[in-house]
Design a binder for this molecule. Structure first.
Ligand code: 13P
Ligand code: SF4
Length: 302
């Protein structure tokens, strides 16, 4: 009998499908992907591909972004319930209020956001290009949505801008506390601490390096150090172990798990491809309006 992985390989060819996977989905799903990466890399791949079907192993804002960038292709999200709570943590009223208050305001929207929030924004960013893009904008006043922690990280790096913070957060990264960091440092005194900027400012301050998932992986692989404490979702450990089997990686705490990302399983990937189900559908107006900030990100991020 064929294994689920073999079935997926066959279906990929049959449907002319490409599988994009984020580092946070389970290792066995990363294993069958054509491309694994951080949000910026995957959105570039979603726009460039000529595959007929894009299956996005990730959460709903990722599937939506792929569809917005590629409206003519079929985009599948293996579990439509796989959602990111932070993607909804900004309010259209607050955005309107900020626009009324500051004449030159740029609404900068982390890609971890619903399509609706993107339609109300001027430019999207990911954790790997946010600092760069905010720096390049002509606007002095920036309303950064939805992530207050990434916003604070950007504000610290770009002091010449007035970055107004929103109150959204990633529940997974917010749970990594200063106490956890102190304990982990005690348990592994020689290890370097690498964290994602979705962590709180006090945790980021303690880190030896902060960056996107790809940047964390790159940093660990090229470093001469042998031991690392990882302050982001545990899924990155899979790629870290593949790329640097000779090094040791320890999560800062044992529960660094994104429930949305872990909803993506091999069986759901197979079924979505086989039945062409779980298609991402967006109304035309939303897709069109949400495309502008994503295109601008890809342009400014070059
Ligand atoms: P990056 O992969 O861009 O670092 O994003 C992290 C994340 O939280 C994705 O949901
Ligand atoms: Fe959202 Fe956090 Fe999960 Fe990323 S790790 S998808 S930001 S809940």
């Amino acid at each position: 009998m064929e294994s689920v992985k073999e079935e997926i390989e066959k279906l990929k060819k049959e449907k002319r499908a490409v599988i994009l996977a984020h580092y946070y989905v389970p290792g066995e799903v990363q294993e069958i992907a054509d491309y694994i990466g951080d949000s910026y890399f995957l959105s570039k791949k979603a726009r460039e591909t000529d595959a007929e079907v894009i299956l996005f192993a990730g959460v709903s804002f990722m599937g939506e972004s792929a569809k917005i960038l590629n409206p003519e292709r079929m985009v599948l999200l293996p579990d439509p319930q796989a959602d990111c709570p932070m993607a909804h943590m900004a309010s259209p009223e607050k955005i309107r209020e900020m626009r009324d208050r500051y004449e030159d305001l740029a609404v900068v929207c982390y890609i971890n956001s619903s399509a609706r929030l993107k339609t109300l924004s001027d430019v999207c960013v990911t954790s790997s290009n946010a600092v760069d893009i905010v720096r390049k904008l002509p606007n002095k006043n920036i309303f950064f949505i939805p992530d207050g922690n990434l916003g604070a990280y950007v504000a610290a790096q770009v002091p010449e801008k007035n970055v107004i913070l929103n109150e959204g957060y990633c529940p997974v990264h917010r749970e990594i506390t200063l106490e956890d960091v102190n304990k982990a440092r005690k348990d592994h005194p020689g290890a370097f601490l690498l964290v994602h900027p979705e962590c709180t400012a006090e945790v980021v301050k303690k880190a030896d390096f902060a960056g996107s998932t790809s940047e964390i992986i790159h940093f660990a692989c090229q470093s001469e150090r042998k031991e690392f404490l990882i302050g982001t979702e545990e899924g990155v450990l899979w790629e870290l172990k593949q790329k640097c089997p000779e090094k040791d990686f320890y999560p800062v705490k044992s529960e660094q798990c994104c429930p949305g990302m872990k909803k993506v399983t091999l069986e759901k990937v197979r079924d979505a491809l086989k039945e062409e189900k779980c298609q991402v559908i967006l109304d035309e107006e939303t897709a069109q309006k949400a495309r502008m900030p994503l295109d601008r990100m890809l342009e400014l991020g070059k």
